[in-house]
Design a protein around this ligand. Structure first.
Ligand SMILES: *Cc1c(COP(=O)(O)O)cnc(C)c1O
Length: 858
């Protein structure tokens, strides 16, 4: 695959060459040996380039400061230095990027276009330093300039272009694709405002806009000259094309999609892929005539409307917003990305071979509108026969489903689609007709089945089921963990599984060990490397070699010291950020993830309230409880009222518990605001206990669970998502399992879930609920948390009370286990040693083997 070559041209401008080559000549005398070792297959070449020595780095840094920022070192501020520093790292990667793009153009091979509405990237600087092997040189170079590199790091605003797990998965995957040297372009949207910044007022969530671009980003390359025109609205018409009847779309309005490219470097392998994010720009900036007449608002109205498309990330996580703008966003980036890929094919390209060149991987249903768009291009513009176009399309797409919640399966009303994308709607209708003909052929006139499988649903409103469209149009459909894929086949799409044998598969999610072990936990990384040597960062199964070290008391002591140091580091971050101390000797119990009822933060609250109530009621002496610090991080979708109430309750409980002298400081609750990737990198390595307590059958996979286990936290969890696989790998004795299994959940639903019975049956539960209901956490005002209490008692789809007793019992086992620190450390080491499977490199290898079939390039 090749990417259209707008980026190379940017790099080939004469002044860039002139400047860098001058630096190269003088500075490139002490090239560093390749960190993987010269014989490593990915070690294409030693680290060279303008910044590959300390002197060279300094020179290039000063050049960037002078020429790109227009300041002298003595007059520069932190932002100037951060920019110049980042540009210096970027300069180094550029050469490789251009080289790899050229290679892909000259010898194109099948590549992956990953289509995702979200990329939760996290900060880029350290990752790019790590990938290029420049960390040591850069650190020395800055020291030579008298600059504290940590202050530069702190300047970077993390691009929060995603909500949570789904967006972070996309970011991990493009990292692994580059590290495995698979030709890939990640396509998405360059939201001007990413996920909101969360603050608390009176314990309640307040959302602030995330203006991540205010100071600009040194990592992006805008390419306005490569903009694409994206159309909306209007009508369709048929015409006679020299005897062939054809359809065409006569759109009503247009918007420009402007690409911004970002480098995605592989880890020390000289491979650099591209992340291409689209920004919306009005086709005509404004109406000068209207402006001159004095009606300024009217003059820019159309411009504002068009540019709203990439203005904000929808702050939803797993519940769709029926918003027109959301559909505009989806079509905007799907159409721009598909058009972008097709445009760079040679004019004489045989489109029937398109599946040999590209696979469009659909990250959830957000880009599925790309299916009728590709059909439209092939049939209306390239003038292929419908059947030929459909055969190509079905081979070019693959679909990843991310949910099990029925309300999260996206649908678009036919009415809205017809107004916004009339031709695509016609195409969807035809796809559906032909699909249902096939179904009829197989099963006869089984109207029930046909209604169930139709891409168009009739009730309550006529709408398009995007997951069905994706399933019909894709070569493969995958779930994201073993259990999830099984439930997908058996519960969500059983008719399709029967109809398309072999189409459904599983690829268990993973996380990139570069960011989530090496960068987040340098102490642990050094310890691992000391024990088993290098190489594990790109071959994470090698962590198995740590198993024998778990039996070595010196190694356990060193491992425990790394954890303690990570806690001290988190303590510094939390003091600074939230004025909160993390006390010595506390078990650090972390629940960080989006706030959603199915994830059951509420169950965690009930545990805390129970511990607290047992102390204040005098049933347990404070001195007899295991000191614990409970740390929460979670954003709630702004419109999700119950989730926001739960945030309020957690903060309220924290305020009371933390201030109550009877607890003697042995229970502490911190809800740290604005959980994001940067914070995850600090919290996870410090945690002792990972809370993965969703109702079984609701969490598709989870990836937070993997990050914790790989950093040596033990998990308390239900048999849900990838927890199942974590437990299988680490062993029952190193995992705290509780709660109903998925079949037990189903059975209880079938019998009729009566929460009041659980409330009556467990005294601790009664006391905890009663304490919340009494107003103890709301200054005596019983009404504040009444909706939460009545939800738990009468109306809780996520069965919090049903799992309460089992959860509390298992937490007692956690306390008992933690009392034996050495045994705990032993179990923690085994968690690290046995979780190498959860590298996103393994996920990508599975995608290649089961879905993409892309040949290796290196
Ligand atoms: C990994 C990650 C998530 C996903 O967490 P889950 O526990 O799997 O829901 C969400 N947000 C951030 C910032 C992450 O790094």
């Amino acid at each position: 695959m090749t990417t259209s070559d707008s980026s190379p041209t940017a790099g080939e401008t004469p002044e860039t060459h002139a400047e860098t080559s001058a630096a190269t000549e003088t500075a490139d005398t002490t090239a560093v040996p390749h960190p993987l070792g010269a014989s490593h297959p990915l070690a294409l070449a030693p680290v060279t380039g303008p910044a590959s020595s300390v002197d060279g780095f300094v020179r290039q840094f000063l050049r960037n400061l002078n020429h790109e920022r227009g300041v002298a070192l003595s007059a520069s501020n932190d932002a100037d230095r951060y920019f110049a520093f980042a540009l210096t790292v970027r300069d180094y990667l550029m050469a490789r990027w251009l080289e790899d793009l050229r290679r892909q153009r000259e010898k194109p091979s099948k590549g992956v276009a990953y289509l995702s509405a979200e990329y939760l990237l996290g900060r880029q600087l350290d990752n790019n330093l790590l990938a290029s092997g420049l960390t040591d040189i850069a650190t020395e170079a800055m020291a030579a300039c008298g600059i504290d590199i940590d202050e530069l790091r702190a300047q970077e605003v993390e691009p929060g272009l995603g909500n949570g797990g789904l967006g972070r998965l996309a970011a991990c995957f493009i990292d692994s694709l580059a590290t495995l040297a698979v030709p890939n372009t990640g396509y998405g949207i360059r939201y001007e405002y990413g996920i909101f910044r969360q603050t608390f007022e009176g314990g309640q969530q307040v959302e602030q806009p995330d203006a991540w671009l205010t100071l600009g980003s040194p990592w992006e390359f805008p390419h306005p000259e490569a903009s694409r025109r994206i159309s909306f609205g209007g009508h369709t018409e048929t015409y006679d094309d020299e005897g062939t009847p054809r359809s065409r779309w006569v759109p009503g309005w247009h918007v420009q999609a402007v690409p911004y490219n970002y480098l995605v470097p592989g880890y020390l392998n000289g491979w650099v892929n591209t992340l291409r994010l689209w920004s919306a720009k009005a086709t005509d900036s404004f109406d000068l005539r209207v402006f001159n007449s004095g009606d300024y608002e009217e003059a820019v109205r159309a411009q504002t409307y068009a540019e709203n498309i990439s203005k904000v990330l929808y702050p939803e996580d797993s519940t769709p917003q029926g918003k027109e703008l959301r559909l505009q966003q989806q079509y905007f980036f799907a159409a721009a990305s598909i058009g972008d890929f097709l445009e760079q094919l040679p004019d004489d390209f045989d489109l029937t071979t398109l599946p040999d060149r590209i696979i469009f991987q659909l990250n959830d249903t957000h880009p599925v509108i790309g299916v009728p768009e590709l059909m439209r291009v092939l049939v209306d513009e390239k003038k292929l026969e419908w059947d030929a176009a459909w055969a190509i399309t079905q081979k070019c797409f693959a679909y990843t489903c991310h949910t099990l919640l029925p309300e999260a399966l996206e649908v678009w009303s036919v009415d809205l689609l017809g107004r916004l994308l009339p031709r695509q709607l016609e195409i969807i209708y035809r796809i559906n007709e032909e699909f249902l003909d096939e179904v009829r052929e197989r099963y006869g006139d089984d109207e029930m089945r046909i209604r169930n499988m139709s891409i168009i649903s009739e009730f309550p409103d006529r709408s398009v089921r995007m997951a069905y469209l994706a399933t019909v149009a894709s070569s493969k459909v995958n779930g994201v963990a073993k259990l999830h894929s099984q439930l997908l086949r058996e519960k969500v799409l059983p008719d399709f599984n029967e109809f398309y044998p072999g189409k459904f598969t599983n690829v268990t999610n993973g996380v990139t060990p570069r960011r989530f072990i090496r960068l987040a936990n340098p102490g642990l990384s050094d310890l691992i490397t000391e024990a088993i040597g290098t190489g594990w960062l790109t071959d994470l199964e090698r962590l198995r070699e740590l198993e024998t070290y778990a039996e070595n008391p010196d190694f356990r002591a060193a491992f425990a010291e790394v954890k303690a140091a990570n806690k001290r580091r988190l303590d510094r971050v939390m003091r600074d950020r939230d004025g909160f101390e993390i006390s010595d000797g506390h078990l650090l119990d972390a629940m960080v993830k989006r706030l959603h009822e199915y994830k059951r933060q509420m169950l965690k609250v009930l545990h805390i309230v129970t511990e607290y109530e047992r102390v204040v009621s005098g049933r347990v002496a404070a001195s007899d409880i295991q000191p614990r610090t409970f740390i929460f991080g979670a954003k709630a979708a702004p419109g999700y009222v119950m989730a926001k109430r739960i945030i309020h309750l957690i903060n309220a409980v924290g305020e009371v518990v933390n201030a109550d002298p009877r607890v003697e400081g042995r229970l502490k609750v911190l809800f740290t605001p604005n959980y994001n990737v940067t914070l995850a990198e600090r919290v996870i390595p410090a945690a002792d206990l990972s809370e993965q307590i969703s109702l079984a059958g609701k969490e598709a996979s989870g990836t937070g669970n993997m990050k914790f286990a790989l950093n040596g936290a033990l998990t308390i969890g239900t048999d849900d998502g990838a927890n199942v696989e974590i437990r299988e790998l680490v062993g029952d004795e190193n995992f705290f399992l509780f709660g109903m299994s998925e079949p037990e959940v189903e059975a209880l639903w079938a019998r009729g879930y009566k929460p009041a019975e659980f409330y009556q049956a467990d005294e601790n539960l009664r006391r905890a609920i009663d304490l919340i209901a009494s107003g103890a956490f709301s200054g005596g005002d019983k009404s504040v948390f009444e909706p939460i209490v009545s939800n738990l008692l009468y109306d809780d789809r996520f069965m919090v009370l049903a799992d309460y007793s089992s959860y509390i019992a298992e937490q007692a086992k956690v306390d008992a286990a933690y009392a034996d620190q050495d045994a705990w450390t032993h179990a923690a080491i085994l968690n690290v040693a046995r979780c190498g499977f959860f590298s996103s490199d393994r996920s990508i290898r599975d995608y290649i083997a089961r879905i993409w079939h892309t040949p290796p390039v290196l």
